[in-house]
Design a binder for this molecule. Sequence first.
Ligand SMILES: *Cc1c(COP(=O)(O)O)cnc(C)c1O
Length: 373
Amino acid sequence: MKIETLAIHAANYTDSASKAVVQPLVLSTTFERDEDGGYSKGFSYSRADNPNRRMLETVLAKLEGGADAAAFSSGNAAGMTVFQSFQPGTHVIAPNDMYHGLRNQLKSLFNGVLAFDFIDLTDEQTLRNHIKPTTGLIWIETPSNPLLKLTDIRKVVQIAHQHYIKVVCDNTFATPIGQQPLSLGADMVMHSTTKYLGGHSDLTGGALITAREDDWWERIKQIQQMGGAIPSPTDCYWLTRSIKTLPYRMRGHVYNAQLLAAYLEKQPQVEKVLYPGLPSHSQYHLAQDQMLNSGGMLSFLIKGNAEQAMRVASSTRLFTNATSLGGVESLIEHRASTEGPDTKTPQNLLRVSVGLEHIDDLIADIDLALSSL
Ligand SMILES: *Cc1c(COP(=O)(O)O)cnc(C)c1O
């Protein structure tokens, strides 16, 4: 079945007890045992599993073409589970423009536990030079945040697998509608479901989807269930509900982002637009090759300094000056000040999460804000 159909039907069943067309929300934390002491429905206690979480994990696995999925209480909890699944002393290679929250997590929580190098993953030779006998994981994030740089998933996987190294891809920006890393050879996909999958800026969550149910995956599920960083049944319910419209929401996000990127590129106040769907993007051909669409995120550099960039972000009326992404409402942010003092993000960069408002209104709003320069 196609992804639009899977998004609606993979995690939905008609409830046999009530004939409700939408799966019920099960809040119970505990489940009755059978006469023989077993749990024939597969549920015993809600940290271990819950019907809404199982349905969410079912649809996530289907959307990414994986064997199984594990849902978490945040994207960072999903990322932390991956890092915790490796033996102490394992060497991890991650992109030098990795999502700052996970980069900080590695540097502060895993300092002394794992060894890590943050490198330019778009350069094949740099990657080869950093592989050690202890390297266990290569973390990919593509398109990257906020520079929209692409990593060639097939190529990294090919190099990694020659050395028996696992590849995990943070697919938050692209979503399964825009990119299918498992089909390109990645071993696992990570999502912050807080973003496009949730889609309405009203829940926090994360997920891992595996290509194979192997020993590594067993370890991941063990950390999920014993560590307990699980989403509530209510969050799973809303997320499953949001995912039903994900394919159609993404069409709108991509359509608007493409037109906004083209508009921005023509403005005299704009130095550069970073969007994988523009022929001017330095990796446009890679985008065409490995992505199914160009996504709903873009960044642009204004001709000006940090202060002027901030002024643009606070002069919009439709775009809200706020961090995060993937919701139906458009957001704009001055990324360098969000990331903090050690950021390498250019001070004149504004990151935009293009929402589902009418494109004419979005362009008019940005046009007005740019005229403040
Ligand atoms: C937001 C985000 C995360 C972290 O997810 P949370 O849900 O905030 O914990 C990880 N990677 C990317 C690319 C993100 O945008």
